[in-house]
Write a protein that binds this ligand. Structure first.
Ligand SMILES: Nc1ncnc2c1ncn2[C@@H]1O[C@H](COP(=O)(O)OP(=O)(O)O[C@H]2O[C@H](CO)[C@@H](O)[C@H](O)[C@H]2O)[C@@H](O)[C@H]1O
Length: 484
C-alpha cells in the first residue's frame, strides 16, 4: 500500500509543535507494516540544504502565482516531496507568521498550494509512484481531499485533526482565487459561518476523520470542545476515530539521547541526577534534593492552561520545589513567566524560545512535567516524560486522560500508577496535584516505583500504527468493492 501524507510540518526538518513529531514518526511506523509513505511539505528556507539532496524533480507549472516544482528527497528514513514555490514559501519569518508575529496575509494561497500539489500527486502520481490513499493533516492540508473530490477522483482520503482550534478560516471572496468550485460554498461544503474553512473542506471530503486520542474523539462531538464543529462531527460519528499518538522511540531514548548530560535507564536511575544538575545550572536554579524539579515545555497559549500555573507558582515554591519553563507564544504569558523567574530567583527559571535539544535535557533532568491543558488532543510531552521517568502532572482531558494513570492508592498498590491527574482544570486543583507530587517525592521508594512504571509504559507507535493500517486497509477494500 502507498500513502501520501500531506502536512505543513515534519520532524526533524521543520517543527513548531506536536504535528511535526507525528508526521515525522508515523511513516516510519507504517513502513514496518509494509506501507510505503511519502510526505509532501513546503520547501521553507530552512530546508534549502535538504533540497540539494533531491534525486529528481517534477514541474507543477504555476501554483497560486508562484512557479512550483516538487523535489524528491530521501532523508532521516523518510521519503519527502518538497513543494518548491519560492513566491509562497521562501521568505524571512516563521512558517505561519511573519517577522512581527502576524499570520502571513497569503496563508490561504500558501496552504492551498500545498493541498493542490498533494491532490495532483494523488491524481497523477510522482513519476511512477502513485499513492493508494491520501492522508491529510490539519487545516493546512485540508483542501487536499477537497481538490481530489473536485477533480472527480474516488481515491480514499483520511484527515487527521491534531487540534480543532485551528480551522483554516479565510474570506469567502477568495473562493475563485483558491480554485474552489463555488457550488461547494454551502453548509454541506466548505462554507463556515460566512467564511471558507480549510479544515471543514477536509472533513467533508474525507472518507474517515481521525484524531489523536479516543477521549478527544468523544470530546470533539461536544460543544465544550468541538469549537463549532461538534454538529458536523456528530453527523460523521461513524467515520470519526481516535488513534493515540505514539512517539519516536529512537529520537526519545534516555539510554542513547545525545542531547542530555548523562544517559540512563530504568535500571540506572541514579544517573538521572547529572541531568538534573545540568538543568539547574542552565536555568539558574538552586539545588534541593528534598523537593521535585518540575518542568514545562510548551507553546504558551490559552490551550495549555499555563495561566493557571502562574497562580500556582507561590504554592509550588512554598513547597521548596523548583520550576523550569521553556516555551514561546502569547506575549503576555512570556512576560508573566519572565517576571515569575525574577520574583522567585533560584526557584523558577524561564527560557523563552524554541530549543529542541534543551527540551530533551529538560525531560531527562526534571522529576516531573506539568501539562495543565484546558484541552489536549493527545499531548506528546507527557509521553516523553513517561519515557524519561519524569512523572507527568496533567489535567484529565483528551489524550492526557488516556495516557496517564493517576497515582491514587489503588493504582500505586497495583503497580500501575504513572503520574498525577487533576480535574476540573483550575489553579486550585493544579496546586493540589503539585502538592500530591511533592508528598510522594518525599517517599523515595514509591517515587522510584512510579518512575519505573512510567518508563515501562508503552509509548511507541506499534498499536497505533496497526490501527492506522486497519483503517487504511478497510478503505482500500471498500474502494475496490465500489470499483467492481
Ligand atoms: N519551546 C519549545 N522548545 C522545544 N520544543 C518545544 C517547545 N514547545 C513545544 N515543544 C515541543 O513541541 C511538541 C509539542 O507537542 P504537543 O503534542 O505537546 O502539543 P501541540 O499543541 O503542539 O500539538 C498538537 O498536535 C499534537 C500531535 O497530534 C497533539 O499531541 C497535541 O495534543 C496537539 O495540541 C513536543 O515535541 C514539545 O517537546
Amino acid at each position: 500500500m502507498k500513502v501520501l501524507l500531506a502536512a505543513s510540518e515534519c520532524a526533524p526538518f521543520v517543527k513548531t509543535g506536536g504535528l511535526a513529531d507525528v508526521v515525522g514518526a508515523l511513516p516510519k511506523a507504517l513502513a514496518e507494516a509494509d506501507i510505503e509513505c511519502r510526505v509532501i511539505l513546503p520547501l521553507y528556507p530552512t530546508l534549502k540544504g535538504l533540497a540539494r539532496k533531491a534525486t529528481s524533480d517534477m514541474d507543477l507549472g504555476t501554483l497560486f502565482g508562484s512557479p512550483a516544482r516538487l523535489l524528491a528527497i530521501e532523508a532521516e528514513g523518510l521519503s519527502l516531496l518538497l513543494l518548491q514555490a519560492p513566491d509562497l514559501f521562501e521568505r524571512k519569518g516563521g512558517i505561519y507568521l511573519d517577522e512581527s508575529g502576524n499570520d502571513w496575509t497569503d496563508n490561504a494561497q500558501r496552504f492551498a498550494a500545498l493541498s493542490n500539489a498533494a491532490a495532483q500527486v494523488s491524481l497523477t502520481g510522482y513519476e511512477n509512484w502513485r499513492p493508494d490513499l491520501l492522508h491529510a493533516h490539519d487545516w493546512q492540508a485540508g483542501l487536499a481531499p477537497w481538490y481530489l473530490r473536485q477533480a472527480g477522483s474516488r481515491m480514499p482520503s483520511v484527515i487527521t485533526i491534531h487540534n480543532i482550534a485551528f480551522q483554516g478560516l479565510f474570506p469567502a471572496a477568495l473562493t475563485r482565487l483558491l480554485k474552489l468550485d463555488p457550488a461547494g460554498y454551502s453548509r454541506e461544503g466548505y462554507e463556515y459561518y460566512g467564511q471558507i474553512s480549510f479544515l471543514k473542506a477536509g472533513i467533508i471530503a474525507s472518507e474517515r476523520i481521525t484524531t489523536v486520542s479516543p477521549t478527544y474523539a468523544r470530546e470533539l462531538m461536544a460543544a465544550e470542545f468541538g469549537m463549532g464543529f461538534e454538529g458536523l462531527l456528530q453527523s460523521r460519528k461513524s467515520d470519526l476515530v481516535g488513534i493515540l499518538n505514539g512517539i519516536d522511540l529512537k529520537a526519545w531514548d534516555p539510554q542513547s539521547d545525545t542531547a542530555i548530560a548523562e544517559n540512563y535507564s530504568a535500571r540506572s536511575l541514579k544517573r538521572k541526577a547529572a541531568n538534573r544538575q545540568a538543568l539547574e545550572k542552565r536555568f539558574g536554579l538552586s539545588g534541593n534534593p528534598d523537593a521535585p524539579l518540575f518542568c514545562v515545555i510548551s507553546r504558551l497559549t490559552e490551550q495549555k492552561g499555563l495561566d493557571l500555573l502562574l497562580d500556582a507558582i507561590p504554592a509550588l515554591v512554598g513547597r521548596g520545589a523548583r520550576l523550569a519553563l521553556l516555551g514561546s507564544g502569547e506575549k503576555k504569558l512570556e512576560e508573566s513567566f519572565r517576571k515569575a523567574a525574577a520574583d522567585h530567583a533560584g526557584s523558577v527559571g524561564t527560557i523563552i524560545g524554541y530549543d529542541e535539544n534543551l527540551s530533551h535535557l529538560m525531560q531527562a533532568g526534571s522529576d516531573a512535567i506539568l501539562v495543565p491543558s484546558r484541552f489536549e488532543p493527545c499531548g506528546l510531552t507527557q509521553l516523553y516524560g513517561l519515557r524519561y521517568g519524569t512523572l507527568p502532572v496533567v489535567s484529565r482531558t483528551g489524550g492526557l486522560a488516556d495516557t496517564i494513570i493517576d497515582a491514587n492508592d489503588a493504582a500505586i498498590r497495583a503497580g500501575s500508577a504513572t503520574g498525577f491527574q487533576f480535574a476540573p482544570v483550575t489553579a486550585e486543583n493544579l496546586v493540589h496535584a503539585i502538592d500530591r507530587a511533592c508528598d510522594l517525592f518525599g517517599d523515595r521508594k514509591i517515587w522510584t516505583l512510579l518512575m519505573r512504571n512510567a518508563m515501562r509504559h508503552q509509548v511507541g507507535w506499534d498499536a497505533s500504527a496497526t490501527a492506522y493500517q486497519s483503517l487504511f486497509e478497510s478503505l482500500l477494500d471498500g474502494a475496490e468493492k465500489d470499483a467492481e
